[in-house]
Design a protein around this ligand. Sequence first.
Ligand code: ZN
Length: 367
Amino acid sequence: MRLLFISTLFLISCNTNKIVPENSLQKPKNIILLIGDGMGLAQITAGLYSNNNFLNIERFQIIGLHKNYSFDNLVTDSAAGATAFSCGVKTYNGAIGVDSDTISLKTILEEASEQGLKTGLVASSSITHATPASFAAHNKSRSNYEEISIDMVDSGTDIMIGGGKNYFNKRTIDNRDLYAELKSSGYTISDYSIQDFQNVDFNNIGDKFVYLTADGEPTSFDKGRKYLVPASERAIEFLNTKSKGKGFFMMIEGSQIDWAGHDNDFEFMISEMKEFDQVVKVALDYAEKDGNTLVIMTADHETGGLSINTGSELDSLVAKFTTTSHTAVMIPVFAYGPGAESFSGIYENTAIYSKMRKALRLDIEKN
Ligand SMILES: [Zn+2]
């Protein structure tokens, strides 16, 4: 009896502690999901101290943590990690938009598109790489880039920006020229030059755009890849123009924070972090002005087991990587804008899918 009393009290106090009831959450029109691949708290901290103790990330209002283990491994990879965000399931490492039985699942981007929202994917990797692919493709293996590129074309994603042009027009599994197919299905295509892309008048072109930034994987920021920030800004502008107030869903990935972690290259990691923070600035500036945009920033997992050690000073960090692989530490989630409140707390990575879906009312439209 006493136990029952205590547990009843506990339930009451849990309820009264709930800061925002789910049904009173504000609903955004647009979602911008920012994924810093391999970006754990130590990467953010190192980026912050290496940038005069300020990052735009500090402008987010709500912070949570997600548990990122996959279906078959406590340490996830980017494919299973992104599929958790895009489809809301824990799947095996290497899976692109499919469940643990390799069955295709509808992604949040595909659902948003069906409901009349415009959609976009921007990455500093190839557009067929695990993270962007998991939002628009379905494949049992992340390494089937040429098969994935067919799905990317078929997905009808309104704007796609990233490398990997060769997977579209220099193919080995068939003779298709997906580059030409994109054109004939109404895409405006811009390649290589960010200047070209910046000069396009969106009012004078169709509703679909592809900007392929490199034949294979784009180079790193410190070796001259400069498109991620301006292309993100233009992609938001494109979706804002083309959605005509009906809303959009987009995912932007800072892909190479992860690659720097695998390389255990601290300077490489810092330059990618600083660039990604400028993407955060672009997204938050837009959201502030717009008032109807929910911005979420997170990572799929941490890479490199980075630690910041004794002897560090603000402008001179003593940092050490402990592995060249991913790690299983929980990952911070930052949110800004209408609906941001639901991202506080500790939850599974798959909950990010359901929270975004709820925010866009896709759960209501669907059922
Ligand atoms: Zn990785």
